[in-house]
Ligand binder design. Structure first.
Ligand code: MTE
Length: 320
């Protein structure tokens, strides 16, 4: 997802060649993106971003989670105006506007594969499965920027338990909606559509893995993945698939979209790891949106105490 990049690297250096070439087609006429690519100023403000923040319905009776960080929350306007959402655009400033009228109802989620209860559920029935919790999580993009967001949702394990996976199921695959009429980015083969992500079953069942439908006290903004996404805070942001329509349980490791696009750059695990650099840049530091200086990136994005045991005995350079 290296379209905007650390300030000192040219776009052609950080983006896999094929993606870069496709992206050039994508950016024709996108003046803001063009200016950002040319100047490398994407992480600073080259101009005020368009503030498209549609008023969304409030979510009531949200309880606070003990898993929340007490770090300063990133302003809503930054989190909703600087997005990686390639189904809409490769330009981070564009999903806010392009997703404005995206239809999030009716919305069905199919549960299939190695489960006892194969079924198709309406998103509103999924949302009612458990009481909503606010989880203030650090969210670190593989490109080197990070945000702190009060997400609303409940543990992904709630939905998985309802599906009753068979013991043979070792992985869960998440597929995003394919709807090029609504999602202009899907008309371009910049990635293979639909967007697919996956987790090992024990990762998906971990209490920190969140099934998310809200943020900042409201229903999730379209550009942040409405109506339903996952948030896996100890992994790079691309693992947190948005606009999910299918959840498949499998005995084989899913092939995630970014791994398929650039296997030497984006692994299946993609745990935040300051000690394992991306082949073309360091992962040791990150820039919080809205801040100027960088801060050190923490192992497992600061969630090592909770999740390190999931990877005991694994070589995290090999399984990056
Ligand atoms: N999900 C879908 N369907 N499409 C995407 O392009 N981008 C990923 C992830 N989920 C992406 C996606 C990446 S690269 C990141 S960093 C996060 O979403 C960004 O989430 P945010 O825009 O809510 O900050």
């Amino acid at each position: 997802m290296l379209i905007k990049k650390p300030t000192d690297i040219a776009s052609s250096e950080v983006t896999p060649k094929q993606l870069y070439v496709n992206r050039r087609k994508f950016l024709v006429g996108a003046a803001v993106a063009g200016a950002a690519a040319a100047t490398g100023l994407s992480l600073r403000r080259i101009a005020s971003p368009p503030t498209v923040a549609e008023a969304k319905a409030k979510i009531d009776n949200v309880r606070k989670s003990s898993f929340s960080t007490s770090e300063t929350i990133t302003p809503f306007k930054d989190v909703t105006n600087y997005n990686n959402y390639y189904e809409f655009s490769t330009d981070k400033y564009e999903p806010a506007g392009l997703a404005k009228d995206f239809k999030t109802r009716p919305w069905a989620v199919t549960i299939e594969g190695l489960v006892k209860n194969k079924q198709t559920l309406d998103v509103d029935s999924i949302i009612k499965l458990a009481a909503p919790e606010e989880r203030i999580y650090r969210h670190r993009c593989v490109e080197g920027w990070s945000i702190v967001v009060p997400w609303i949702g409940f543990p992904l394990s709630v939905l998985i338990n309802k599906a009753e996976p068979l013991t043979k199921a070792k992985f869960v695959e998440f597929t995003t909606i394919y709807d090029p009429k609504q999602m202009p980015g899907q008309k371009v083969a910049v990635l293979e559509w639909p967007y697919v992500e996956g987790l090992r079953m024990d990762e998906a069942m971990h209490p920190l893995a969140l099934l998310c439908f809200g943020m900042y006290g409201e229903v999730l903004a379209n550009q942040d993945g409405a109506p339903l996404r996952i948030v896996i805070p100890w992994k790079y942001g691309f693992k947190s698939a948005k606009a999910i329509v299918k959840i498949r349980f499998t005995d084989k490791q899913p092939v995630n979209t970014w791994n398929k696009a650039a296997p030497s750059e984006y692994g299946f695990y993609s745990n935040v790891n300051p000690n394992v650099d991306h082949p073309r840049w360091s992962q040791a530091r990150e820039r919080r949106l809205g801040e100027f200086s960088k801060r050190p990136t923490l192992m497992f994005n600061g969630y090592a105490e909770q999740v390190a045991s999931l990877y005991a005995g694994m070589d995290l350079r090999k399984d990056f």
